[in-house]
Write a protein that binds this ligand. Sequence first.
Ligand code: DUC
Ligand code: ZN
Ligand code: ZN
Ligand code: ZN
Length: 471
Amino acid sequence: ETCDLAIRGGTLVTATDQFSADIGIRDGRIVQIAESVSATEEIDASGLLVLPGGIDAHVHLDQPTSDGTVMADDFASGTRSAAAGGNTTVLPFAMQVKGSSLRQSVEDYHRKADGNCFTDVSFHLVISDPTPQVLGQELPALVRDGYTSFKVFMTYDDLMLNDTELLEVFDVARREQALVMVHAEGHDAIRYMTDKLETEGKTAPYYHAEAHAQIAEREATHRAISHAQLTDVPVVIVHVSGRDPMEQIQWARKRGMKVFAETCPQYITLTRDDLKGLNMDFEGAKYVCSPPPRDHDSQAAIWDGLRDGTFDLFSSDHCPFYFEAPDNTGKNNDRARTSFKWVPNGIPGVETRLPILFSEGVSKGRISIERFVALTSTNPARLYGLHPQKGTLSVGADADITLWDPELQATIRQDRLNHGSDYTPFEGLQITGWPVRTILRGQTVAKDGKPTAAAASGRHLKRGTSVTGYP
Ligand code: DUC
Ligand code: ZN
Ligand code: ZN
Ligand code: ZN
């Protein structure tokens, strides 16, 4: 009955509770939660919060791009950065390349990830080419192999599905009890706005925020919800940026539909004005992501939604590009300077997600610590089929634990982060509360903001059916 490791004297927090207890760990799992636990090795957690490890359910790592730009994180650097930021599991995407088989794409991503990860990892699939072979054979087989969620896009020429294809994919999801994630932005509206702005000579990065109007996001959100209703399938609307799409989600929920929603750090900390850079210059490209950040009214709406349960998930949407990089591989490339429409869409944030929500949410009194844990660990685990192995502090669960100093003051600075990008869009943000130690299955993988694991011990996780989506 002796434990390998005990975490002693801390305050444990779950999605519903907080209490003082020690945790006993053996063979990488929690075996005891009790008033007093002793072990060969002990960690003193007095004065600290003891949280289930963060689960970032939306990250992009080492994805090839169609325009020659390069993602700034591979699986090693991205998961080291994730661990330093208090995460023990990340869910990146295995993106189907049009014309290739889905299985082939999954194997490509495994080649990149296997043996290189410092957190546990599990892939969402991206369906970009729903051929009869993909829908009839590959996708059902992959769901049974533990890839129980997939994302579809309503925009981007090389990724988007039309409405018929969306309905067909949703139908497979229902039959296989898989969860569909939707990138809800209306393609034609964006294209119309882009052409109009370019004709008017409005090509600076800022105009990305006008082209990707909230109206286009609202419309697509409603359309995705309607398709989900027609096919009787639960859906997740990812990266919801503001009030208008939120209202569509609330509208559906009131009618009993199973619509889940995710938001991200950029929608509570940034606004479209950040895309102006200094006087409408190219600096604004550092904040270009889709959907783009909106305004203070939308930020307020998002906080309401984080509090009242409109949002189930708070993920980073870590999609890291370099700002400056040789050979036109960064955001600041020759083509992007001619029009916002060529600026790579995405910003880094896997390491700063938890500190931002803790500081802006918990430290500022907008959400409870329990809600913080629900949004960043417990809900993603339950929604994406990782429960009960991940996402809470319970006997039998993996010993994935983040020790958190709620008083620690820090400023987000690029030179303190471990990601691959050469900048952070959150530079200068003052933070109260920071992870001081990240423990993956009983092993410390990061300490005081730095990765410490000598070996890449992260594993690939097969996932089960969503307990929230298909109760
Ligand atoms: N969608 C994402 O989920 N991430 C980055 C860019 C995008 O369009
Ligand atoms: Zn693998
Ligand atoms: Zn997206
Ligand atoms: Zn994303």
